[in-house]
Design a protein around this ligand. Structure first.
Ligand code: WTA
Length: 634
């Protein structure tokens, strides 16, 4: 690495010797260089660390760009790696999952026990006629049955589509119908801030709008009264106690490129898109990055405090860590329930060594003050991680000083649902600059460019692109390959680069600073939402004729949603209607989408072709220059 004055700055944090001495990756620069010069050789070596039923014949098949294929000819199942191979080693008895419910109930499962549960549920799914390639929708709170259901699908070659348990009727119904799911796995509810959530009635309403569903399997978590439809609804526990739920189930052997799951995520326009990830490349990519970035060792206790309903949960709560044979911590509820020490008491109780969370969560806990973590011995922590949005230096310092005793390096990881795994992040040997995700992962070539694809100067803002394929990349948009090409590959088609949709800058030391989205995707509390979805929820209200949503900065959430509506003729805006519209969005989409404000306007700024100019609304709200208005209609 080039050292100049800025690397000697007091704002650069060097990782302690206790960590660098034992790090899995000791020489980032050398390995990185090799991974770029001999990309396929590098990935072949990583892939060899996994169990394959048949070795690949080709590492990268780029004959049909941008639909890249990895490890073609290879046979694998992610479950052969995440569970099966551990059963033949000491890890059979190792704790796979420690789960704590919000009320304080605890479940601990060894790899042996996890295999039994997954196999049993896999047999249940089979008995319901679930076939290889079919998509099972999963809509659950954070309980062990959620990863169990995901793993069971993977085991029999079915795909899962997990819908975040915080989403509501419209969001769930849309995702079920896009996936054409016949089977839904859900729960009667979950615990959140001392109350039970109403999952099953939301699922029931969504199923009323989804004619494809034939079977719904419900886990009894809260015991609350719920409506069960004859011939459609079954209790999970009833099915799991039947003879068909045998604990022996053969893991289906899959082609490396066979799809593992789809995960819907918000895009620039229209409906969320289902990104498709595959068994082979995704297994290699998630396990490699988990091992390198978080330096995982067999004795670690790993806590990714995300929700499995988002990509972070898929890659770093379920698949990556289980492939690496880690002990995974899971918690059902709110970080501040019953008191703001809940997380820190868990760190102490379970001796957690690595914590991976979002800047929003850190800012939220920071507000309660350091007396809460100070009440606990959290010295077991060795490494900390951050994901989902840029971390502001103030939150970084608090995380580092108060939670990490000024010693734990912070792995600020930049990536996306589309990338499958971490793309830009330090490794424990990397000197850190608060707010920078630092350097690309092995095999990843990043650039920050202008419209023409020219590198911008150091320190200047530009568009973030990835210059070459990687094994964890999404293979396509489910059912809409054109949209995959259009969204990610069209703009830099000539160069063959992937457009991330973020703006960034690279400093003199080659450190990457991600600034934020340049499209109409909003990150609220690290959750990804599309302005289009919020707008369509607003327009579904009888009083609204047109709507626009934008993101404005928010102290804790990073961004908050602000909306502008034109009412139908004869309707008048009022405080009461504003409240009603906010509630309406929350009911249709979920509480995370609840707008911070609703303003009533006579007209919306639009281009002559009728597109809403959200950037003009944003500039007005922030009181800054509105920029080029030459395309404005009026
Ligand atoms: C943002 C989450 C800055 C970014 C894993 C990206 C980040 C979007 C970071 C993807 C980070 C994620 N620093 N921004 N460390 N991590 N982002 O698909 O805008 O939910 O494009 O995946 O989150 O969000 P997604």
């Amino acid at each position: 690495m080039k050292t100049n004055d800025s690397m000697k700055d007091e704002n650069v944090f060097y990782p302690p010797k206790s960590i660098t001495r034992k790090a899995n990756v000791k020489d980032y620069e050398t390995v990185y260089k090799r991974s770029i010069e001999d990309r396929e050789g590098f990935w072949a070596d990583e892939a060899k660390k996994l169990k394959w039923h048949k070795k690949w014949t080709q590492v990268l098949d780029d004959s049909n760009k941008p639909f890249y294929k990895w490890f073609t000819g290879g046979k694998i199942n992610i479950i052969s790696n995440a569970i099966d191979r551990h059963l033949k080693t000491h890890r059979r008895n190792k704790v796979a999952i420690i789960w704590e419910g919000e009320p304080g109930d605890v479940r601990v499962m060894s790899y042996h026990a996890l295999n039994r549960e997954v196999s049993k549920f896999a047999n249940v799914l089979k008995s319901m006629g679930v076939k290889k390639g079919e998509i099972v929708t999963i809509y659950m709170p954070q309980i062990p049955e959620l990863p169990i259901a995901m793993l069971a699908c993977a085991k029999i070659g079915a795909m899962h589509s997990v819908v975040y348990g915080g989403f509501s009727v419209e969001a769930l119904a849309g995702r079920i119908s896009d996936a054409n799911s016949r089977v839904l796995v859900t729960a009667d509810g979950g615990w959140r801030r001392g109350k039970v959530t109403d999952l099953k009635s939301i699922a029931n309403d969504a199923m009323d709008r989804s004619p494809t569903i034939e079977v719904c399997i419900t886990v009894k978590r809260t015991g609350q009264e719920v409506h069960m439809e004859n011939d459609r609804d079954f209790w999970y526990s009833d099915l799991m106690s039947l003879p068909i739920a045998s604990p022996h189930c053969k893991t289906e052997i899959m082609d490396a490129e066979d799809p593992l799951f789809i995960l819907f995520t918000s895009g620039t326009t229209g409906k969320p898109k289902g990104l498709v990830h595959s068994h082979g490349g995704y297994s290699v990519y998630t396990s490699t990055t988990h091992r390198n970035v978080f330096d995982v060792k067999d004795e670690d206790r790993w806590w990714c405090a995300a929700d499995p309903g988002w990509i972070t949960g898929h890659s770093y709560m379920v698949y990556g860590p289980l492939i690496n044979g880690s002990t995974v911590i899971m918690y059902e509820g709110a970080p501040n329930h019953p008191y703001p020490n809940r997380w820190w008491s868990m760190v102490e109780k379970y001796g957690i060594t690595i914590l991976y969370t979002s800047p929003t969560a850190i800012r939220g806990l920071m507000r309660f003050g350091e007396q809460w973590p100070k009440r606990h011995d959290i010295s077991s922590l060795r490494l900390l991680g951050s994901v989902g949005e840029p971390i502001n230096p103030e939150a970084w310092r608090w995380y580092h000083d108060v939670i990490g005793r000024g010693e734990c390096p912070i792995m600020d990881t930049w990536w996306q649902t589309e990338t499958g795994g971490i793309m830009i992040a330090p490794m424990p040997v990397t000197p850190l600059k608060p707010g920078s995700a630092t350097k690309p992962q092995f095999g990843i070539e990043v650039a920050v460019v202008d419209e023409n694809g020219k590198d911008v100067k150091p320190g200047e803002e530009g568009k973030l692109v990835i210059k070459a394929p990687w094994p964890g990349m999404a293979r396509t948009v489910f059912g809409d390959p054109d949209r995959y090409v259009e969204t990610y590959w069209k703009e830099y088609e000539k160069q063959g680069w992937y457009k991330a949709g973020d703006s960034a800058r690279i400093d003199e030391d080659g450190y990457i600073w991600v600034i934020g989205r340049i499209d109409d995707v909003i990150k609220v509390s690290g959750y990804r939402l599309g302005t289009a979805e919020v707008e369509s929820a607003l327009v579904s209200h009888p009083a609204v004729s047109e709507a626009a949503a934008i993101a404005l900065p928010h102290e804790v959430k990073g961004n908050a949603i602000h909306t502008y509506v034109i009412l139908k003729a004869g309707m008048a805006g009022s405080k009461k209607l504003e409240e009603e519209l906010r509630k309406h969005v929350s009911e249709e989409m979920g509480p995370i989408a609840r707008p911070e404000s609703v303003s009533f306007l006579e007209s919306l700024p639009k281009t002559r072709s009728g597109k809403i100019m959200r950037r003009v609304l944003k500039a007005r709200a922030l009181g800054v220059d509105e920029g080029d208005l030459s395309t404005l209609e009026d």
